[in-house]
Ligand binder design. Structure first.
Ligand code: GAR
Length: 206
């Protein structure tokens, strides 16, 4: 039996995407092991969710490090020590620097609540509403040096309804996030994602 992929998740807040990933792995739908949840915020609910699922919950306090680079290096070391082969950025609200990006190139996935390249950065759902978009959605992509710019793995569309508020739209976008993030991790774990420049090919199951 080949060894199972070990997944690490970075999350700064609520952790609903992390929980969707943890559940997908627990249910056997994704052939992987959830190795660790890392947060940069002591009070992140994601840490509690990890503990409730019996997953190691690691708070790496940015205040304990002299620079952003040093904090990031500590996170990288923690992930490496746990044999993490794929990092999922699930609402991790810090910019990740070039050392991290290079180290995890092709092995780090980020989820973003819009159909990229539309509406990158903060408040993607609010941006979609303010722009008057009729359709938005969610994107899972490989991390690269930019903000929400890396090669796209999966996307799913969500209609913007006439009475939508940021809250109602975010709720419906979140539902598709919880579907496509575990799906992307499954494809990665099955070795079915092939990077070709900006394009990500999804291979048929062997
Ligand atoms: C999610 O909507 C995720 O797409 C978004 O933060 C939320 C985290 O929710 N990420 C970004 O906007 C990154 N640019 P969660 O903590 O419940 O998973």
């Amino acid at each position: 039996m080949p060894e199972l992929l070990r997944v690490g998740v970075l999350a700064s807040g609520r952790g609903s995407n992390f929980e969707a990933l943890a559940k997908a792995i627990e249910s056997g739908g994704v052939p992987a092991v959830m190795a660790v949840l890392v947060s940069d915020r002591a009070t992140a609910p994601a840490l509690e969710i990890a503990r409730a699922h019996g997953i190691e919950a690691l708070f790496v306090d940015p205040k304990q490090y002299p620079s952003r680079e040093a904090h990031e290096k500590a996170i990288m070391a923690a992930l490496d020590e746990r044999g993490v082969g794929l990092v999922c950025q699930a609402g991790y609200m810090r910019i990740l620097g070039p050392a991290y990006i290079e180290h995890f190139r092709g092995r780090a996935l980020n989820i973003h609540p819009s159909l990229l390249p539309a509406f990158p950065g903060l408040h993607a759902q609010r941006q979609a509403l303010e722009h008057g978009a009729k359709v938005t959605g969610a994107t899972v992509h490989f991390a690269d040096e930019g903000v929400d710019t890396g090669p796209i793995v999966l996307q799913a569309a969500v209609p913007v309804l006439p009475d939508d508020t940021e809250e109602t739209l975010s709720r419906r976008v979140l539902e598709v996030e919880h579907r496509i993030f575990p799906e992307a991790v499954r494809l990665f774990a099955e070795g079915r994602l092939a990077l070709d420049g900006r394009r990500v090919h999804i291979r048929e199951r062997a």
